[in-house]
Design a protein around this ligand. Structure first.
Ligand SMILES: [Zn+2]
Length: 50
């Protein structure tokens, strides 16, 4: 997939805690989780806000 956005490798969904499911929608400047479908905050493994 190219053009509309890209996956954020190594980042974890703050809602469902699944890693590597976050999708950066560059057209809307939002991060969506493909696992739980939420527009999620991005966190790193140690819990800091990315
Ligand atoms: Zn999620």
């Amino acid at each position: 997939m190219t053009g509309l956005g890209h996956f954020l490798d190594g980042l974890r969904c703050s809602v469902c805690r699944t890693i590597n499911t976050l999708w950066l929608d560059t057209t809307r400047a939002l991060v969506e989780c493909r696992e739980c479908g939420q527009f999620a905050h991005v966190t790193t493994d140690d819990g800091r806000t990315a």
